[in-house]
Ligand binder design. Structure first.
Ligand code: GLC
Length: 446
């Protein structure tokens, strides 16, 4: 039965309010600590790659620890790679034995993950790569044409297993609907199949099955069909009119799976800047970690997650459940840069939150923003701030500490007379200090 708009809104609301999730790239490749793509990058024959699965020995409590790190980090949901491009399944499957259940770990890690997340009150996401390097037909669909239907059938069986064995799942996060023979990773010069990806993978049928089994599920756009939400990767870019989520690594390489020696990494402030940028545009932010083979998050990524968590602990009100500010007008489908003077605005009704990425010192001048400011406080500490109207339609917010009260981005909470918006009718009188915004809320004509 088709979903009505109320049911659809209900299915999506939690995701919109959550704003921040944790992406977890984990598989037997973690044994090497050279990223999740090491099999194809190093052209490892199967006989070289498969033994890694025997050495893959997660701790018994990896999932509980992961869930508590996610909660402490302020994430509201987690998305785990149940299978990446190497085809290794963290779950047990009837299709083959290259799984956590039947190699080193000797157990269904997806089950442990689901149970731990549920106990911690986190929403549950399954990443699943359609692409599977282990099939010869993926590289050469001409010579191995007879394998193609079996490769697709394996996907349908595994997705059904994932959708039936673990209770309620919140997100199905596909990846890489690559067509066999396409110039995957620049390594194949042969002929790609000439069909749309969604047709090849029978994605409409696959997703209909997933929705029938999991009526509340959200599905991303990487099965070759748009489905529920967009997935800009390593960049923040609004997808107008629909849900979207930026996914991003802490390192620049990029490596999503565990990197023992990552040489170029984003600082916590950089990660936070991207997070707030996504939120102010109405998107979600999915921060990636690549745990070690024992399942622990390494110090480098753990530190970023903890710092973000501490920031959200103080400033979560400026993130969870906020809406894009009307302060950022769309321009030809693209929005202006993230900074509105000192920081980025997020909103809830008549309240605006300004996350300060330039800390101004004792006073903050709010300009080019309306309607009237009623009051302000420092969300970071809860202290009330002083508000004065000053020339050129500005507001002076006084009483801030001279040094930044938070090591990342202090947040000022401003109550306006109505939902805040940018003032755009500036005239040259501002040079004389006599400009006044038009409109009744500023005492001018309507
Ligand atoms: C890229 C990477 C892949 C990773 C994905 C996450 O496509 O190649 O390994 O899983 O990003 O979005």
């Amino acid at each position: 039965m088709a979903e009505n708009s109320e049911q659809e809104a209900c299915r999506r609301t939690w995701f919109e309010e959550a704003r921040f999730g944790l992406f977890v790239h984990w598989g037997c490749y973690a044994v090497l600590g050279r990223g999740e793509q090491i099999m194809a990058r190093d052209l490892m024959p199967l006989r070289e790659f498969e033994p890694l699965a025997q050495q893959f020995r997660p701790r018994g409590d990896w999932a509980r620890r992961l869930a508590s790190r996610a909660v402490a980090g302020g994430a509201r949901y987690v998305v785990l790679t149940t299978r990446h491009h190497d085809g290794y399944c963290l779950f047990d499957t009837a299709t083959h034995g290259f799984t956590a259940a039947r190699t080193g770990p000797g157990r269904d890690l997806v089950r442990e993950y689901v149970e731990a997340l549920r106990a911690a009150g986190l929403r549950i996401g399954f990443y699943y790569s359609l692409l599977n390097w282990r099939w010869r037909c993926h590289w050469d669909p001409v010579t191995y044409a007879d394998e193609l239907p079996r490769m697709v059938a394996e996907v349908h069986t595994q997705v059904r297993e994932l959708m039936t064995r673990y209770g309620k799942i919140d997100i199905l996060w596909y990846d890489a609907p690559s067509l066999p023979g396409s110039a995957a990773h620049g390594m194949w010069g042969g002929k790609a199949l000439q069909v749309p990806a969604a047709e090849f993978w029978r994605s409409a049928e696959l997703n209909a099955m997933a929705r029938e089994l999991q009526p509340g599920i959200l599905i991303n756009n990487r099965s070759g069909l748009p489905e529920d939400f967009g997935t800009p990767e390593q960049r923040v870019e609004a997808e107008g009119g629909r849900l979207w989520e930026t996914c991003m690594t802490v390192n620049y390489a990029p490596g999503w799976g565990y990197l023992r020696h990552s040489m170029a990494n984003k600082a916590p402030g950089e990660v936070l800047f991207n997070l707030v940028d996504a939120v102010r545009l109405g998107g979600n932010f999915l921060l990636n970690v690549g745990p070690r083979a024992d399942g622990a998050i390494d110090a480098r990524e753990g530190e970023v997650l903890d710092r973000i968590g501490r920031w959200l602990g103080r400033h979560g009100e400026a993130v969870y459940g906020t809406c894009p500010a009307r302060i950022y007008p769309a321009r030809g489908g693209r929005v202006q840069g993230p900074m509105f003077h000192y920081g980025m605005w997020t909103c809830r009704g008549s309240v605006g939150y300004l996350s300060l990425f330039y800390y101004p010192g004792e006073e903050l001048i709010l300009s080019k923003i309306g309607p009237r400011v009623v009051s302000a406080s420092l969300l970071t500490t809860g202290e009330a701030l002083q508000v004065d109207a000053i020339p050129n339609g500005r507001w002076r917010i006084g009483g801030l500490p001279s040094e930044p009260p938070d090591p990342l981005a202090p947040v000022v909470k401003v109550s306006f007379e109505g939902p805040p918006y940018a003032l755009t009718d500036l005239g040259p009188e501002w040079l004389d200090g006599t400009w006044r915004p038009a409109g009744p809320e500023h005492g001018g004509p309507p």
